[in-house]
Design a binder for this molecule. Structure first.
Ligand code: ZN
Length: 316
């Protein structure tokens, strides 16, 4: 048996966020500042709302409990997560504990988080990846309107993440014909968006990637990337070389095309401070990614991949 979960309602394309009908008395949760979100809310035409704008990146469980207590008994009909992954993750967890529905609206596109059952929440200053069917959006609204004003490096890293997720998800052992359909279409669209400079296609591509990998998994590329993230390299940037080398190792049909995307986005070679052997020890226990990799991976394979990433620029 195969199972695929998607949000109950998906609204996407130009003007999606403008034309969507929002419930009265929604609580908007965002990480951004009033000069930005006031413009967004005006575009969306939301009236009669509350706003919580003190969410910080890598949200902690304490923040979620604070919001829950602050708005308890205030007749909130829905949460609207408006922003990057952090705003949406807070909404997902809040909705699970309060049973109030959530509408997820990404403004930086790449993670596909609006489509998935995943949330990253910090407990005791440690980020934890959680998965729960209750995290699925009641509605996801994907509108390229929000791309305007996104700094280039954020757009570039997000585009790389979306392409990595789509192609790793396609190769994942946890995939099925339905998820591969989404991953393949997502990759085609993301490639067109990046190679042919059509950024307005990125949100739709990232959304399809979210459905695809969110119902399968990412694999070796993501497993390799976290040792670079731990040393401060942004997620999407670390995937440029990591997923390229992983695709080469797996003989993925996406190897050449993914590499070309990263070359077009002009990513630099990655550096790693810790010795490769120690880094491999950190990566090996990541069974969630490695067990779903299409080919079995040994510690020596990981060391070889890391060596290629840091010593032989795989994007050259
Ligand atoms: Zn990712």
């Amino acid at each position: 048996m195969w199972k695929v979960l998607t949000p109950k309602k998906i609204a996407f394309g130009e003007n999606a966020a403008k034309e969507f009908e929002y419930p009265q008395r929604s609580l908007i949760i965002t990480t951004t500042t009033p000069e930005i979100y006031n413009k967004w809310i005006e575009y969306m035409g939301i009236k009669n709302y509350e706003i919580y704008d003190r969410v910080t990146p890598d949200p902690a469980i304490e923040t979620i409990e604070k919001i829950k207590n602050e708005y308890e008994g205030k007749n909130i009909n829905a949460y609207i997560g408006l922003g990057g992954g952090s705003s949406m993750d807070v909404c997902k967890y809040l909705s699970k504990i309060t049973k109030i529905p959530k509408i997820l609206i990404p403004t930086t596109f790449g993670t596909g988080a609006e489509m998935t059952t995943y949330a990253v929440i910090s407990f005791d200053h440690k980020k934890k990846l959680l998965q729960d069917e209750a995290f699925l959006a009641d509605a996801a609204v994907v509108d390229p309107y929000f791309l305007a004003g996104t700094p280039y490096h954020i757009m570039r890293n997000s585009a790389c993440d979306a392409a990595a997720q789509a192609s790793e998800g396609y190769d994942s052992k946890a995939g099925n014909p339905f998820t591969r359909l989404f991953c393949k279409e997502a990759f085609d669209i993301l490639e067109d968006a990046i190679i042919n400079d059509k950024p307005n296609l990125l949100p739709y591509g990232a959304m399809l990637s979210g459905i695809g990998f969110g119902n399968s998994s990412t694999t070796l590329g993501h497993a390799l990337s976290y040792v670079f993230s731990n040393e401060g390299v942004p997620h999407g940037e670390s995937l440029s070389s990591c997923t390229t080398v992983a695709h080469k190792f797996n003989k993925s049909i996406f190897y050449d095309r993914f590499k070309k995307i990263c070359q077009k986005l002009k990513f630099d070679q990655l550096k790693l401070k810790q010795p490769l052997d120690l880094a491999a020890d950190v990566i090996m226990p990541d069974r969630g990614h490695l067990d779903n990799n299409p080919i079995e991976v040994t510690k020596q394979d990981i060391i070889n991949c890391l060596d290629e990433i840091v010593n032989k620029n795989p994007l050259s």
